[in-house]
Design a protein around this ligand. Sequence first.
Ligand code: G1P
Length: 289
Amino acid sequence: MQVRKAVIPVAGLGTRFLPASKAIPKEMLTIVDRPTIQYIVEEVVASGIDQIILVTSEGKSAIENHFDYNFELDTILKEKNKMDLCEQVCNVANLIDIVSVRQKKPLGLGHAIWTTRNVIGNEPFLVLLGDDLVQSKVPCCQQMLNLYGEVHESIVAIQHVPKNETHQYGVVEGTALRDRVYQVERLIEKPPPGTTDSDMAIIGRYLLKPDIFELLEKTTPGHGGEIQLTDALLALAKRRPMYAYEFEGTRYDAGDKLGYLKAIIAFALQHPVLATEFRRHIKEVAADL
Ligand code: G1P
């Protein structure tokens, strides 16, 4: 069955980014010239998906407004004959069909995904976490869709991380089937140091079969007292094959202050207008270090 929908959970408080995220959603923090969430939405669009389901909470309306049509702004820009800007702003509103679902209690990522069950229905879907920005030739979601076209089973995106960092991630244990593709055997959310030999960390991209909803319903609070998607995925992996896919590209953790800075530099160096001048500036700064 074709994958048509993508879920983007944005209900989190953004505590790693305080005080910046006190009054604005962390997803609206800017990377070069657009909010981080727009990069995620653009990855979904570039992968040919039809609809996005945002999982929101109180205080996140700026995200919905960003992807909406702004009549007043449109009128003013047209009056001032700023047609280029007007087009750019309209393009954001026309990117893709977006619907929102509220996560009424902060019970964890697994619970956030579960709230979309009635909108997703009985079809496979993508999940993208807003903190993880991926720069790649082929959009990360598209790479996963390509693999899904072969295996027709759930897939989690992974990257190898240093062993002393695995406790910050959901970790996959499994066996290599071929270059970049692993059969998942076990998944552990934030394993304490020394409790797994695997260095395969789950990155915020998942392609899931709808059976996950029934399993999320039964999932009890796990790490941090939250309903963990990773725990439901383990139950799913016991029931049917699941694959881990080491995507091609570079991932930035834009929900972390240092990762955010790295993302700004990486995306600025790719920017069609700013890259040349910015590269020159970076070289000058680096020479003085
Ligand atoms: C979440 C997932 C975790 C995954 C990570 C990737 O954790 O629970 O399994 O490895 O995203 O960014 P969080 O970073 O929200 O604590």
